[in-house]
Ligand binder design. Structure first.
Ligand code: PEP
Ligand code: MN
Length: 285
């Protein structure tokens, strides 16, 4: 029985003062209580931080294969790439859908890297389960409760991004939906919150990230790309996040960021990513 299921059983069995909080499965019950989330052979939250890297969107076979080889050579241990994209404007590139999933699968087979991609809706769940090793819930979907409930029923790790307007508690309660359904393989991701400076896409909430780590046994990683919107800030924010105890990073990397169909301004090129990886404050896996 998973730990989440065991706690759920204890809660259902009767009043348990230790679980008398709404985020009863997500909350840390003692300092040493930590969940390790496994994506293939990669363990998130167990020891050395994990780096997930790749383009915002899968745009073509060539683009993704070059990105995948590049991030692998630089030391990333998981590959990211969006197939179904949540775009602010309906006229912007919406992702290649199934074609992107097939390209991700091919890149995974060629490099050995497991893949992380966003599931935007419950309708896409089956096809995502066929092709993706870790399911990302995007910031805009953090409180899509139907999606969260469905993710609770699957046996696949989930990367749950924080909504830019959510409190840490709301973010943990979103995770609680997944754990309450029986899936305790959830990684939280701080990706910047909405603030007032137009020169920053978001504001990286390092305090919120550290607070989350004190409140939950789930791993917490950082997304310096969406948190800043500017590639030149990504290495410093990555170093800060790891120095503050992040369990990993998810970084946007594109072979030619100036030609990217989404999030080019915040994407590192492959040499830029490789340089950043050489200069992290702690060893990563
Ligand atoms: C992404 O990872 O490309 C993405 C859309 O992220 P977020 O949901 O954090 O905006
Ligand atoms: Mn993006």
């Amino acid at each position: 029985m998973s730990e989440a299921a065991a706690v759920l059983e204890a809660v259902e069995a009767g009043p348990d003062k230790k679980c008398a909080v709404p985020e009863r499965l997500t909350a840390k019950r003692h300092a040493a209580h930590r969940t390790i989330v496994r994506v293939g052979s990669v363990a998130i939250g167990g020891g050395a931080p994990v780096v997930i890297a790749g383009p915002c969107s899968v745009e073509s076979r060539e683009q993704l294969l070059v990105a995948a080889e590049g991030v692998k050579a630089a030391g990333a241990s998981l590959l990211r790439g969006g197939a179904y994209k949540p775009r602010t404007s309906p006229y912007d590139f919406q992702g290649l859908g199934l074609e992107a999933l097939l390209i991700l699968r091919e890149a995974s087979e060629l490099t050995g890297l497991r893949v992380v991609s966003e599931v935007m809706s419950t309708e896409d769940m089956e096809v995502m389960l066929d092709h993706v090793d870790m399911l990302q819930v995007g910031a805009r979907n953090m409180q899509n409760f139907a999606l969260l409930r469905r993710l609770g029923t699957v046996r696949r790790p989930v990367l749950l991004k924080r909504n830019p307007a959510a409190t840490v508690k709301e973010w943990l309660l979103a995770a609680e939906y997944i754990l309450a359904g029986g899936n305790d393989q959830v990684v939280l991701c701080e990706r910047g919150i909405r603030s007032y400076d137009p020169d920053l896409r978001n504001t990286f909430d390092i305090g919120g990230m550290v607070l989350a780590k004190t409140m939950t046994h789930l791993p917490v990683i950082a997304d310096p790309s969406h948190a800043t919107g500017r590639r030149e800030l990504v290495p410093a924010i990555s170093r800060a996040a790891l120095a503050a105890g992040a369990d990993g990073l998810i970084v946007e990397v594109h072979p030619q960021p100036e030609r990217a169909l989404s999030d080019g301004a915040q994407s590192l090129n492959i040499p830029g990513f490789a340089a950043m990886m050489q200069d992290l404050p702690v060893p990563v896996v």
